[in-house]
Design a protein. Structure first.
Length: 222
């Protein structure tokens, strides 16, 4: 699984990120998030602020973004929190990247339902493009991470790339998605199975058919 340790705290890291501060746009978002909590509970906004900080780093680096230690310290100071408390949040949730990532962060689910439905083939597809787990590809486009279940078991195997999910994948379908991203296009998100809209079964519903168009009361049928 993914390494959840922060990037080494080096002089170079401090030189690059030691003066990090929210831009006016991200500061407005941060202050709005903090204002949603009652007095004395402002620290509850830590998850939102970490996300905003990561996205700002992403804008500055033209990647999906990550959280250098000085940036985590900045968020801690912004919320008047001990740094270790903010680091605990950042290391717990996979939505936060603790090391540099590429423009596209490819997170492949390797949990049992996706594995049984062919996620091994998705890892092979990524490997053929030069992706290695936990590393940025030579062209700076890709970072590959194996993750635990992301809740799309009914449409396994699935991959999350940046903020979007791609489901009902095969190696060929994943290749098509990656090709589109590489070209600067926006591939269809969600299920990649032709004819499917979301997580419904192939061929349409086989039970509770009366619920398709209206809220049918089945109690009289029991």
């Amino acid at each position: 699984m993914a390494d959840r340790s922060p990037a080494p705290d080096t002089p170079e890291l401090r030189e690059r990120w030691g003066k990090f501060a929210f831009t006016d746009a991200w500061k407005a978002k941060a202050d709005k998030a903090i204002a949603q909590y009652p007095e004395g509970r402002q620290r509850s906004a830590v998850m939102a602020l970490l996300d905003y900080a990561q996205r700002q780093v992403g804008e500055e680096t033209e990647t999906q973004g990550w959280l250098p230690l000085p940036v985590i310290e900045y968020v801690a100071a912004y919320l008047d929190m001990p740094v270790i408390r903010v680091l605990e949040v950042a290391t717990f949730y996979f939505m936060y990247n603790l090391k540099p990532v590429g423009k596209f962060h490819v997170q492949v689910c390797g949990t049992t339902p996706c594995m049984l439905r062919g996620s091994d083939g998705l890892f092979e597809t990524c490997a053929k493009r030069g992706m290695m787990k936990g590393q940025v590809s030579d062209d700076g486009l890709w970072t590959l991470t194996e993750v635990e279940c992301m809740g799309n078991c009914a449409t396994a195997p699935m991959v999350q790339i940046n903020d979007d999910n791609y489901e009902d994948l095969t190696p060929e379908r994943l290749d098509a998605v990656l090709d589109a991203l590489e070209k600067g296009e926006t591939p269809k998100t969600g299920t990649q199975e032709p004819g499917k809209h979301t997580s419904e079964p192939m061929g349409g519903p086989t039970s509770l058919k009366e619920m398709v168009s209206e809220n049918h009361d089945y109690r009289g049928d029991w």
